[in-house]
Design a protein around this ligand. Structure first.
Ligand SMILES: [Fe+2]
Length: 293
């Protein structure tokens, strides 16, 4: 679709392999030609940042639906309730969920179908901190030495929220009557198994698929597996391969979750923060875990 006339201003993030800031477009009123050009830019850059959109929840969901079916509609990622209560105690399950997201990850790799992407917007932000980090797993793969690429070429890992939250010390405090948890992603399914090297379904280009949920590489003992994954995560998310977005109220972003990892960063939890996350479902043909087909 490269012939679409671009009707917006796109500025690539400087000095990094991904990301662009897009101005001069109203996401709540996209015509089809502008949408096609935006989609191409999303595939190319992996992360698009749209300042000053101030989308309503319905407008956010409508924009996300351009990319595909939704895994879930606009959902608050917040330390503040509908009734204004602020969650800040370390053993509060809302706080544990927020803090867990400080580990780098792809969304929903612990579900049978990994997410395609997400639209994320800022409604209430604290005075400092709370940036969202992004990291390019395509560039990370390209930076690996040949020996490492050979070593991981045929490896897979299990992905689970139990693993990631337990390891970080953030499993929920509240259990259900079956001894499990009712929060999203804590299901009884066998942990999804996914190759460490993913071929992007649109570009065909390889990228790492790792992050905090990945563990227990089949054929390796758990300690060796953890060591390998820790080392890949550390190499992949070095500062020169990451961008941290400092939010302004009204910002909207959309990222390609097949290619990028992201992370939350800390802030003063006594200050209210409310973000809205709409998760775009992965295509079952390309995003289903190998042990859930
Ligand atoms: Fe996330």
């Amino acid at each position: 679709m490269g012939t679409s006339l671009q009707t917006f201003d796109l500025t690539p993030l400087p000095g990094i392999s991904f990301g662009a800031v897009v101005r001069g477009v109203e996401l709540r009123a996209l015509d089809d030609r502008t949408w096609e050009a935006l989609y191409d830019a999303w595939i190319e850059f992996g992360l698009l940042i749209f300042p000053e959109q101030f989308l309503t929840r319905d407008e956010q969901d409508a924009f996300a639906t351009r990319f595909g079916d939704l895994e879930f509609k606009a959902t608050p990622i917040a330390n503040i309730d509908k009734d204004g209560v602020i969650h800040h105690a370390p053993d509060d399950d809302v706080v544990k969920s927020i803090r867990g997201n400080e580990g780098w990850h792809h969304d929903s790799t612990y579900m049978p179908i990994q997410a395609k992407g997400a639209v994320f917007t800022a409604e209430i932000i604290p005075t400092e901190g709370a940036a969202t980090g992004f990291s390019d797993m395509r560039a990370a793969y390209e930076m690996l030495d040949d020996a490492t690429r050979d070593r991981i070429a045929t490896l897979s890992a299990h992905h689970s929220l139990y693993y990631s939250q337990r390891r970080a010390g953030y499993l929920p405090s509240q259990k259900n009557e079956r001894g499990g948890y009712d929060r999203y992603g804590y299901h009884d399914l066998e942990a999804p198994l996914r190759p460490l090297v993913k071929f992007h379904p649109v570009t065909g280009r390889p990228n790492l698929l790792i992050g905090r949920h990945a563990h227990d590489i089949p054929g390796m003992d758990p300690a060796e597996s953890e060591q390998l994954l820790d080392s890949l995560n550390e190499q992949a998310c070095q500062q020169d391969n990451t961008y941290h977005h400092q939010w302004e109220v009204g910002d909207a972003v959309v990222w390609d979750n097949r290619r990028l990892m992201h992370q939350a960063t800390p802030f003063d939890l006594s200050q209210p923060r409310r973000m809205w996350h709409t998760r775009i479902a992965g295509d079952p043909e390309t995003e289903t875990a190998v042990n859930h087909r």
